[in-house]
Design a protein around this ligand. Structure first.
Ligand SMILES: O=C(O)CCC(=O)c1ccccc1C(=O)O
Ligand SMILES: [Mg+2]
Length: 368
């Protein structure tokens, strides 16, 4: 792929309103934009989705920068690659640090697609021209949740996800169901429960949720299998699935009936596609998760979600869900509940240089 130069842009942007979960609030988003250029000036873009602190996974912006700068870029310098798959395999010699790996690997996919005049969706064997869009309501009261849901439904979103925890579950969901008896709703617990809460969780079956996401520990697949036998609501795993092997084992154990695939969490598009292909062959539905991300990661998610196994609307919302102005052009738009999959080369979005400048904290350049 003849890499000539890698540039990193560390950016920061305020959210339109804080994103609240039982693990804390996200009010500002820091991120890493990766630009990988070849000798002809063609370039690919990726985004590091680790947060500033390790509340969702162990990675942070600082650990990602260390990994990219001191480990992954030197590996790529030493081992020239012909295809992005080779980078994914090369990075397996390094343990974990999936979001750092994905930031670089996804930029290589975009570059490779552009070098071959293919859209990223086509390169991944995507089959959809549009993808169904869902949105997350992350707030601390039913009143606020209902206000947001009303607005998002007006904007066309097809499915709503709410955040739950033992302080905000049964009566919270009952109030929402009272207003929207038929709405496709899923609930994400981000590991707020233990098996001691089994009766609490059983009680949620009456709300006919599409699924409950990650009710138990972030690293568990054993107790989720126990819980799934006790509740009717399908369990979806997010945090627990950080690799293809995790997905395979969770499905074999009966720990979940659905998987939320996040490119960053699993280390890149290669691994994400492996999980998709395995689930698709077994008719296990998957959907694409979100990371309160900027437009570059959103663009990679759109390409991934164009694969045929992504049968449930994901957490891929419009740029204006979180941002006054995104760092890509055009911005991601939801029309009639769908997002168009671009057919231009690569991710099909370009950097909004003006917005990048406004949000830039620092840059780093590496010549090959
Ligand atoms: O809309 C989004 O970007 C995703 C929202 C979301 O639920 C989330 C956001 C940040 C970290 C973890 C999660 C999650 O899916 O658990
Ligand atoms: Mg989740």
């Amino acid at each position: 792929m003849k890499i000539a130069q890698v540039e990193l842009y560390i950016v920061q942007m305020p959210l339109k309103s804080p994103f609240l979960t039982h693990l804390g609030a996200v009010a500002h988003r820091e991120g890493i934009i990766v630009k990988i250029m070849d000798q002809d000036g063609c370039f690919g873009l990726g985004e590091g989705v680790a947060f500033s602190t390790p509340w969702y996974t162990e990675e942070t912006v600082a650990t990602s920068l260390h990994m990219i700068t001191d480990i992954l870029i030197p590996l790529l310098k030493k081992n020239p690659i012909q295809q992005p798959e080779e980078a994914a395999l090369l990075f397996k010699s390094i343990r974990r640090n999936h979001m750092a790996k994905a930031a670089v690997e996804t930029a290589l996919w975009d570059l490779y697609a552009k070098q071959n005049s293919s859209s990223l969706s086509a390169l991944l064997n995507g089959t959809r021209q549009v993808i169904a869009s869902g949105v997350v309501v992350a707030t601390d009261s039913a009143v606020n949740a209902l206000k947001q849901i009303e607005q998002y439904l007006e904007e066309g979103y097809q499915r709503i996800k709410v955040k739950i925890n033992p302080q905000q579950d049964y009566s919270f969901l009952a109030e929402i169901r009272k207003v929207y008896p038929k709405l496709p709703i899923m609930a994400d617990a981000n590991s707020a429960y233990t098996l001691k809460d089994i009766e609490r969780l059983k009680a949620l079956d009456e709300f006919n949720l599409l699924m409950i996401e990650q009710p138990l520990a972030h690293d568990d697949i054993i107790e989720h299998a126990v819980l799934q036998k006790e509740i009717r609501t399908p369990i979806c795993l997010d945090e627990s699935i950080v690799s293809f092997d995790d997905a395979r084992k969770a499905i074999e154990l009966g720990s979940c009936q659905v998987i939320n695939i996040k490119v960053g969490r699993v280390g890149g598009l290669y691994e994400a596609k492996q999980i998709h292909d395995y689930c698709f062959a077994r008719q296990i539905p998957v959907w694409c998760g979100g990371m309160i991300e900027f437009g570059i990661s959103r663009a990679h998610n759109i390409a991934l979600a164009s694969l045929p196994g992504f049968t449930i609307p994901g957490d891929i919302s419009a740029s204006n869900r979180f941002w006054e102005e995104d760092i890509i052009l055009p911005e991601v738009q939801v029309k009639g509940g769908f997002i168009k999959v671009p057919d231009e080369p690569g991710i099909g979005f370009s950097l909004n240089e003006k917005r990048l400048k406004e949000t830039l904290l620092s840059t780093r350049t590496f010549r090959f």
